[in-house]
Design a protein around this ligand. Structure first.
Ligand code: PMP
Length: 395
């Protein structure tokens, strides 16, 4: 029996960019010690008080079917958090609770895309994006942000791709680059969306990880609240990756449709998880800053190390738990460098090419291990890049 075209073409047939990661995992399974700077997961687990609240909620009986749009108190808390941070009036009717940000991205596209519609997204991109778009029956179309612009996408490049498209997905703070889109970038994007009648899907799962400046949600720009769907998550902000809890924020009519979608797909998020999420949100911005702090600290450590090496150049970033490093001076592609680093020093990083064409010649380093090991691994990486660069200059 044949699987559907939709599901069998989900990955688009190309390299899915996970080879280095999978090879590192195999080495670990074979007993080789590998330093992993690959995936975006904290090196701490969900805080005990959140888990205790989850336990309490379950014992209190919140184990049956929960309200499909999300429990009212959690929707209210998310709406209040969004209103406070962005200044855009937001109520529970603008909020749909989802099992994580990934499902929010899929639901958002299901809400605005008809089969065969073109959905734009920015390259470099979070690795799941093209598959998520295909899953929603869209035709994905990448718009390259340029390394020479520090990966801030140009409005003119998006405008050139926009005719006939239905939506644009952006992500700031950005995975994989760590770049935080400037106000000018976001205003340019807002204008392109308005000129071309595009929905804007704004992936803001890293909104608490900003090391310089402030997070600006494009939903807060004039005229954008009616055409923007914000996808949020507590995975990164509260170290709750395994709890699968996130949301879509959007116009009421779209949220009503999303509730219908959830009724026929996820049937909601477990009640005890939602209760614990509410508890976690009520811990406030101080707790969120604590969760973000290790990445802020490691970024500062990395800047110190990178300043002493010139074979590796960091993309000027201001957020998220990643560093994007240009290793093209070594003469290798990102993938070539990542493979050589894994073989020679047993350090695993993600090749830039895993995130699209625009980040070729780069690698992404996740700042997700303890400080001393992180410093040591980054120093080794920089030294290795230096050796390769010297060698390539001699040839
Ligand atoms: N968007 C981006 C940019 C991400 O990096 C991730 C997770 N790595 C997600 C969405 C999805 O996160 P989750 O489903 O855990 O909320």
């Amino acid at each position: 029996m044949k699987a559907s075209h939709r599901i069998s073409t989900l990955l688009g047939g190309g390299s899915d960019g996970w080879e280095v990661f999978l090879r590192a995992r195999q080495m670990i399974a074979d007993g080789v010690p590998v330093t992993e700077l690959t995936i975006g997961e904290h090196d701490i687990r969900t805080a005990a008080p959140i888990l205790q609240d989850m336990h309490r909620a379950a014992l209190d009986g919140h184990t049956g079917y929960a309200a499909i749009p999300g429990v009212a108190a959690l929707r209210d808390a998310v709406a209040a958090r969004v209103s406070e941070r962005t200044g855009v009036p937001t109520t529970r009717d603008n909020v749909m609770i989802t099992p994580g940000g990934q499902s929010a991205l899929f639901a958002a596209h299901m809400a605005v895309i008809d089969p065969g519609d073109t959905a734009l997204y920015i390259d470099p991109y979070y690795a799941t994006y093209p598959g998520t778009l295909r899953g929603a029956s869209a035709v994905p179309k990448a718009v390259a942000a340029r390394a020479e612009d520090a990966f801030q996408p140009r409005a003119a490049d998006i405008a050139a791709a926009a005719p006939g498209a239905r939506s644009l997905m952006i992500n700031t703070p950005n995975n994989p680059t760590g770049v935080v889109y400037s106000r000018a970038t976001l205003e340019g994007i807002a204008k392109v969306c308005q000129d071309n009648d595009l929905w804007l899907i704004s992936d803001e799962v890293y909104d608490t990880q900003i090391w310089e400046g402030a997070h600006l949600s494009p939903r807060a720009l004039p005229g954008m609240a009616d055409r923007t769907l914000v996808c949020g998550s507590m995975s990164k902000s509260h170290a709750m990756t395994g709890s699968r809890i996130g949301w879509v924020i959007g116009p009421e009519e779209i949220v009503a449709h999303l509730i219908n979608l959830a009724t026929h797909t996820t049937y909601g998020v477990p009640g005890f998880i939602q209760d614990a999420a509410l508890f976690a949100l009520e811990l406030g911005p101080g707790f969120e800053a604590e969760i973000a702090e290790p990445f802020r600290r490691r970024r500062a450590l990395a800047q110190g190390i990178l300043a002493q090496h010139n074979a590796v150049t960091a993309v000027p970033s201001a957020g998220a738990m990643y560093l994007m490093l240009d290793v093209s001076a070594t003469g290798l592609s990102g993938e070539g460098f990542a493979n050589a680093l894994l073989d020679t020093h047993h350090i695993a990083v993600m090749p830039g090419e895993s995130f699209g064409h625009a980040a070729a010649g780069h690698i992404r380093v996740a700042m997700t291990i303890a400080d001393p090991e992180f410093e040591a691994a980054l120093s080794t990486l920089c030294g290795f890049a230096q050796e390769l660069t010297t060698r390539s200059a001699q040839h």
